[in-house]
Design a binder for this molecule. Structure first.
Ligand code: MG
Ligand code: ZN
Length: 452
C-alpha cells in the first residue's frame, strides 16, 4: 500500500511535468531533460481503485487525435488526453457470428464495446452477447452488483452501441426501443424476453444515464407489467428523475436516479465547417454550430462525476462511470472534418474534467481510449487523393489537409482495423502498457475495482 499523501504527491508531480511539457510545446522539454524514468515509475500504481472513469472516443484513432491536436493546440501542443502518464495500444478486431474462429479485422462499436465491457470477443452488431447469443455480464453490471454507483454518458442516443453495451444484452444493436425489435426476437418482451436496449437500461438501473435518444424511450412497451406505457414511464416507476434540458440537468440532486434525454436522436454536433469533397476545399477554419442546443459533453461529464462523488462520499464503495464522445465517429463517417474535430475537442474537455477529479481523488483510475480506428488521414497538401479532402487552417496558422477515402465519395466512410491508443492514470494504469487487446481492458477495470 502506498500512503495517500505519497499518492497525492506522485499525482502532482506527474501532472506538473505534463503541464510544463504542454506549455513548452514539447513532450521532452521538462526539468529532467526528457528522461521520464522517474515520472513513469511514480505513475505506476498497483492495488485497487475506488473509482473508475472510462472515456471512450468513438472512432478516435491516432489520426483523429492528431488532427484535433494540430487544429486546436498546434502540432507541438498537447491535448488533455496526451498528458496521461501511461500509454499503450490495443487491438480491436471482432469475430464472425456463424463461425467465431473467423476473424473480422474491422470491428464496429457494438462488438468492440462488448469486448471492453465484458471481456468477450463477439460479432459486429452484438450488444454484450457472445456469438452464440448468450448474455455476458458487463463491468457496469458487476460494479453495481458489488455496491458501487454507476453512470453511463454519451453524446449519441443512449441506446447506441457504446452506452448500450454496459447495460443491455441484445442480438442486434438496432434493437434500441420496444418498436425496434425485428432483429431481436429472443429479447422481445412479446416473446418473454428482457426487452429492448432502452427497457434493459432501465431494468439494469445505473444511477445515471445522460445522452440523447428520447424518441426511443418515448416508445410504448409491448408486454409485461408496463405494457401500454412508455419506457420513460417505466423509468419513472423505477425511481428515475427524467430531465430533458440543461436546466433540468443542472438542478438534478444526488439523491435518486437520473435519466437525462437531451435530444430525440443523437445530440447535436459542436462545430461545423466545409465538408470534405473530391478535389478539396479552400483552406478554412471551423465555426461553432449556431444551432447547438443542450448540455455539452463536458457539462454532462462534470455533472455525472459530481453526482456520483456526492452519492459515494460517505460510503466505502466508489463508482464506475463511462463517458463517450460518440460523434467523433459519426462526423468521420460523414467526411466532416470540423464536425469530427469539434467532437474530439469537446471530448478532450471531458478528459480534462476527469483528470481534475483524479488529481483530487488519486484512488481513481482514468482510462482514455477509442473503440476502433476511422477514416480521416492527414496527407500532404500536394497529394491528389481520389477521395474527399478538406484543408483547414490550424492553431499553427498552417494548412492541414484531411483525406476521407475508405469508401466511394458520397458514401458513409468506414471504420478501419488499426490498433488504437489506450492511456491511463491511477491504480492499475500500468495494465494498459505495451500492446494489449480490447478485451484486456475489461480485466483491467474489474481488477482495479476488485469486482467479478
Ligand atoms: Mg459509440
Ligand atoms: Zn461508426
Amino acid at each position: 500500500m502506498i500512503p495517500a499523501a505519497k499518492i497525492r504527491r506522485t499525482a502532482a508531480v506527474v501532472l506538473t511535468t505534463g503541464a510544463v511539457a504542454a506549455a513548452l510545446g514539447s513532450g521532452l522539454a521538462d526539468a529532467s531533460g526528457g528522461d521520464r524514468t522517474q515520472e513513469v515509475r511514480q505513475a505506476v500504481q498497483g492495488g485497487k481503485a475506488r473509482n473508475v472513469i472510462l472515456l471512450i472516443g468513438d472512432g478516435m484513432g491516432d489520426s483523429e487525435i492528431t488532427a484535433a491536436r494540430n487544429y486546436v493546440k498546434g502540432a507541438a501542443g498537447r491535448l488533455a488526453m496526451d498528458t496521461l502518464p501511461l500509454t499503450g495500444a490495443y487491438t480491436t478486431y471482432s469475430v464472425n457470428k456463424a463461425d467465431p474462429r473467423q476473424i473480422d479485422y474491422v470491428t464496429d462499436s457494438a462488438a468492440s464495446g462488448t469486448g471492453w465491457a465484458t471481456g468477450h470477443k463477439t460479432y459486429n452488431g452484438a450488444i454484450s452477447v457472445t456469438p452464440d447469443g448468450k448474455p455476458v455480464p458487463t463491468v457496469l453490471e458487476l460494479a453495481k452488483r458489488a455496491g458501487l454507483r454507476t453512470g453511463d454518458v454519451s453524446t449519441a442516443e443512449l441506446g447506441d452501441a457504446t452506452p448500450a453495451v454496459l447495460a443491455a444484452h441484445v442480438a442486434d444493436r438496432g434493437c434500441q426501443g420496444p418498436a425496434d425489435m425485428a432483429k431481436c426476437p429472443a429479447q422481445d418482451k412479446v416473446n418473454g424476453g428482457p426487452g429492448s436496449i432502452a427497457e434493459q437500461q432501465v431494468q439494469t438501473g445505473a444511477d445515471l444515464y445522460l445522452g440523447g435518444g428520447k424518441a426511443r424511450f418515448a416508445q410504448t412497451v409491448k408486454a409485461g407489467p408496463f405494457a401500454g406505457k412508455t419506457v420513460i414511464d417505466q423509468a419513472k416507476a423505477a425511481g428515475y428523475t427524467v430531465v430533458t434540458d440543461e436546466g433540468g440537468l443542472n438542478a438534478a440532486k444526488p439523491g435518486g436516479k437520473l435519466l437525462g434525454l437531451f435530444a430525440d436522436g443523437n445530440m447535436p454536433q459542436e462545430w461545423t465547417g466545409p465538408a470534405a469533397k473530391v478535389g478539396g476545399t479552400d483552406p478554412s477554419r471551423c465555426t461553432p454550430n449556431g444551432s447547438f442546443g443542450g448540455p455539452h459533453l463536458s457539462t454532462m461529464a462534470s455533472k455525472a462525476i459530481g453526482l456520483l462523488d456526492a452519492q459515494t462520499k460517505h460510503s466505502r464503495k466508489g463508482f464506475f462511470l463511462q463517458i463517450e464522445g460518440a460523434s467523433i465517429d459519426k462526423r468521420d463517417h460523414a467526411a466532416d472534418p470540423c464536425g469530427q474535430i469539434g467532437e474530439t475537442a469537446e471530448f478532450d474537455k471531458a478528459v480534462r474534467a476527469s483528470l481534475d477529479y483524479a488529481r483530487r481523488h488519486p484512488d481513481t483510475l482514468v482510462v482514455v481510449t477509442a473503440d476502433h480506428g476511422h477514416t480521416s488521414q492527414i496527407i500532404p497538401l500536394e497529394a491528389q487523393s481520389p477521395g474527399q479532402t478538406a484543408t483547414l487552417i490550424t492553431a499553427d496558422g498552417a494548412p492541414m489537409k484531411l483525406n476521407y477515402a475508405t469508401n466511394t465519395p458520397g458514401q458513409s466512410q468506414e471504420h478501419t482495423g488499426t490498433q488504437v491508443r489506450i492511456a491511463a492514470k491511477g491504480p492499475q494504469a500500468a495494465s494498459v502498457l505495451g500492446v494489449t487487446d480490447q478485451t484486456d481492458l475489461f480485466r483491467t477495470l474489474t481488477r482495479a475495482l476488485a469486482i467479478r
